[in-house]
Design a protein around this ligand. Structure first.
Ligand SMILES: C[S@@+](CC[C@H](N)C(=O)[O-])C[C@H]1O[C@@H](n2cnc3c(N)ncnc32)[C@H](O)[C@@H]1O
Length: 494
């Protein structure tokens, strides 16, 4: 028998949340299958296949997990494969219609099993910087339809946040979807209808645009018709608004700062000392983790402690609980990521890399080195030279409480809740984009360093609150219309 912990791990790693049959029935009743070949790329317990049972079309179903794979739904017209979707190819003269609920997991499991395949796929379509399994499933699906060349549709359940996130990489992903596909419609589904799924989901229906040229170029040119509206739950809404592409009237933080740093709880829990731990004790503990090529979550759990204390509060919970085990898995993936770097242990043996930082309750040490920069393939952007910084909200949802302020170091995940981005204060002029400098100077004579107070002011305005409400994931931005010093001091915004 598989232990409960392993069952939970697998469920999490493979994103095993199954669609209730009544939802499958409801969703597929709206799809026009014509004479297409229908493919369910990750059928799990098979509810979509069950709902498609009476459809006369030819069907193919795939499922990776051999423990849940069953061919009881196979018949003359339905071929079922116990295999990985990323290994699947197809050649037919039929249109392809993909239906299902692909796994959603970040970071994607495929980044460990099919790293170079995913890397080629994301480069081919210039959709870089993504780590979501659902995104890779969509990319591979689009690629299969393009290579097959007979047209196709995609009808997938995906997290609603996938189309709402307005970070740089997600924006590119959404633009890519618009380039490649016509949005047939979007059907909202409440995540609560699924056991174990808390987030809101959508049934996303896309039809691939006809390509103007055949494969050969890195990104095939597609029909340039720009779709303006999409039906969401029966209401026609602006597609760009829905996709949060037109954050009209806003200057996103990426257009203000050239470089910002993002705090990360799991990163800190590994690379930051525990309260009361000396620099030397911390170095010894960290080196033991990095030197251990066979490290397990069990050993990691032991080595993340100093005098029985962890840095991360979550570890105060029961060791076997899912949140603790999930966090350990994540930190273990960081450890593996670090261990892959040539000669990295030497960096950990260098005491100068353990930077002293002031936190609310005293001093801590935070390991930093050049090799652990995102540009050098580390999972997070960590400033190798921490210093006095301004922090602003990193990942605000429509209902989050966001934090803005100054701190003496560049990472404040340990003192404030929520993910914060930081910008070093020293040399801020060199870290502002030319676009922003021009905009600021054309509006005011105030020094550029006023931007921090300006941001804190914007964060309290109804403009910011409305943007957060409208865009489920609204990464920080300021209004394009400048708020003058007088307006700011009177509290009135024009
Ligand atoms: C969210 S569940 C949905 C299952 C099913 N489509 C449904 O709607 O009930 C995702 C499924 O994808 C499977 N899976 C994960 N990675 C896969 C891969 N690379 N290839 C095929 N199946 C995969 C998981 O085992 C899981 O059964």
């Amino acid at each position: 028998m598989v232990e409960r912990k392993n069952i939970q791990d697998k469920k999490y790693i493979l994103g095993q949340f199954f669609t209730p049959l009544h939802i499958c029935d409801r969703l597929i009743s709206e799809v026009d299958f014509g004479g297409a070949l229908v493919i369910e790329p990750s059928f799990g317990t098979g509810n979509f296949l069950e709902a498609l049972k009476n459809l006369p079309n030819e069907k193919i179903g795939l499922e990776l997990d051999s423990e849940i794979f069953s061919d009881k739904l196979s018949d003359k017209k339905t071929k079922l494969i116990n295999g990985n979707f990323y290994d699947f190819t197809i050649k037919t003269n039929k249109k392809l219609i993909f239906v299902g609920n692909p796994p959603y997991r970040t970071p994607a499991y495929s980044l460990s099993t099919h790293k170079s395949f995913i890397s080629k796929l994301t480069k081919k379509y210039s959709v870089l910087g993504m780590r979501e399994e659902a995104v890779f499933f969509i990319l591979h699906t689009i690629d299969l339809i393009r290579i097959n060349g007979a047209g196709g549709e995609i009808h997938y359940i995906v997290p609603a946040s996938l189309l709402k996130n307005n970070s740089k990489f997600f924006t590119r992903f959404k633009e890519f979807l618009k380039e490649q596909c016509h949005f047939i419609k979007i059907t909202p589904i409440k995540g609560m209808e699924f056991e174990g799924v808390a987030q809101d989901l959508i049934f996303l229906s896309l039809e691939l645009k006809k390509e103007a040229s055949m494969p050969g170029s890195t990104l095939w040119s597609t029909n340039k018709n720009n779709q303006e509206f999409v039906s969401v739950g029966g209401n026609e809404v602006s597609l760009d608004d829905y996709l949060c592409l037109k954050t009209e009237g806003a200057i996103p933080f990426q257009k203000i700062f050239k470089e910002t740093y993002l705090g990360s709880v799991p990163c800190e829990s590994l690379l930051m000392s525990v309260e009361g731990e000396s620099r030397e004790d911390f170095q010894k503990r960290l080196c033991a983790i990095i030197a251990d090529k066979n490290i397990t979550t069990e050993k990691l759990y032991k080595n993340l402690q100093f005098n029985g204390k962890f840095h991360l509060k979550i570890f105060r919970g029961p060791k076997e609980s899912l949140p603790v085990q999930n966090k350990l898995e994540k930190i273990l993936s960081y450890v593996h990521n670090i261990q892959e770097k040539d000669g990295i242990l030497q960096d950990f043996l260098n005491i100068a890399h353990y930077k002293e930082i002031n936190v609310r309750k005293g001093v801590r040490y935070y390991f930093r080195c050049e090799k652990l920069k995102k540009k050098k393939n580390f999972v997070y952007e960590i400033n190798p030279n921490p210093g006095k910084s301004f922090y602003f909200t990193g990942n605000p949802s429509h209902s989050s409480t966001d934090y803005f302020g100054f701190c003496n170091y560049d990472c404040n995940r340990n003192v404030s809740p929520g993910a914060n981005r930081t910008v070093p204060i020293e040399g801020i002029e060199n870290n502002l984009t030319d676009y922003f400098k021009d905009w600021w100077r054309s509006n005011t004579n105030e020094p550029l360093s006023e931007i921090f107070n300006y941001i804190m002011f914007v964060a309290k305005t109804s403009w910011y609150k409305d943007m957060k409400k409208k865009n489920k994931r609204f990464y920080f931005a300021i209004p394009t219309e400048f708020i003058s010093r007088e307006q700011r001091s009177s509290g009135k915004i024009g």
